[in-house]
Design a protein around this ligand. Structure first.
Ligand code: TIU
Length: 207
C-alpha cells in the first residue's frame, strides 16, 4: 500500500439516473434494484477513505444542457438522453438535473472533486488525469456502477495512463450478474492485466 497521499478513491456514477426506478437505467429496460446492494460497501469504503485522508473523486455521467458534448452515436443509441422521462427527475443524463444527483448514501462532502464525464470512461474529455497528476496520485481504488460499463472503462483508461488500480468487488454492481463476474475476471486475469479486485473489508482494513 503506497502512502495515502498517493491514493485516490474514484466513486463512479452513483447517480439517481442509474439507481432509481424511472431513471435512465430503468428506461433502458434494466431492473435497477441490484445496484443498491453495492451502496453499503461503497459507503463504508468512502467513510474509511475520508478518515484516512485519501483523495475522493465523484464522477457523474453528465452532459451539458445543449448536449454539445454528447457524441451523435451515443445519442442515436440512447435517444432518451436529454429528454424528460419524469418531471421530478428532469432531463436524462444532463448535469444539474435532479436525476443526475448522486444518491444520499454516498453523497459528496465539501472539498471532494466532482467530475462530469460525457463518456463511459472517467478520463475521456475530463480534467481527471490533470487533477490526479497535480495531486501526485499513483494508485486508484474504484467503486461504482455499472461494473462492466463505466467502472471497467474508467479502470482501463486509468491503467493505460499508468495508474495502479483496484476495484472494490462488492462496492460495484451491474444490472447483469454474469457481466459483473466476467468484468472482474477479465480485469484480474493474466496477472492483473488491468489491475486488481478485493472485497471492501480488505480495502478498509488496509486503509
Ligand atoms: N448502461 C449501463 O450499464 N451503464 C451506463 O450507461 N453508464 C454507467 O455505467 N455509468
Amino acid at each position: 500500500m503506497p502512502s495515502t497521499g498517493r491514493v485516490a478513491l474514484l466513486m463512479i456514477d452513483w447517480q439517481r439516473d442509474f439507481l432509481d426506478e424511472g431513471g435512465f437505467g430503468h428506461c433502458l429496460g434494466n431492473d435497477v434494484a441490484p445496484l443498491r446492494t453495492a451502496l453499503k460497501p461503497a459507503a463504508a469504503v468512502l467513510a474509511a477513505a475520508r478518515a484516512a485522508g485519501v483523495t475522493v473523486v465523484h464522477t457523474l455521467e453528465a452532459h451539458t444542457a445543449d448536449l454539445a458534448d454528447c457524441p451523435p452515436a451515443k445519442l442515436t443509441r440512447c435517444p432518451a438522453i436529454g429528454t424528460v422521462l419524469d418531471a421530478a427527475r428532469g432531463r436524462v443524463l444532463v448535469a444539474g438535473e435532479p436525476g443526475n444527483a448522486i444518491v444520499d448514501e454516498v453523497a459528496p462532502v465539501a472539498g471532494e472533486l466532482i467530475v462530469h464525464k460525457p463518456g463511459k470512461g472517467a478520463f475521456f474529455n475530463t480534467r481527471l488525469h490533470d487533477e490526479l497528476q497535480r495531486l501526485g496520485v499513483t494508485h486508484l481504488l474504484l467503486t461504482g456502477v455499472t461494473t462492466e460499463v463505466c467502472v471497467q472503462t474508467s479502470m482501463r483508461e486509468a491503467n493505460d495512463r499508468g495508474y495502479e488500480c483496484l476495484v472494490v468487488a462488492d462496492a460495484t454492481e451491474s444490472y447483469f450478474p454474469q457481466l459483473k463476474r466476467a468484468a472482474l475476471e477479465m480485469i484480474v486475469a493474466q496477472g492483473g492485466i488491468v489491475g486488481w479486485a478485493a472485497p471492501s473489508a480488505d480495502v478498509i482494513a488496509a486503509l
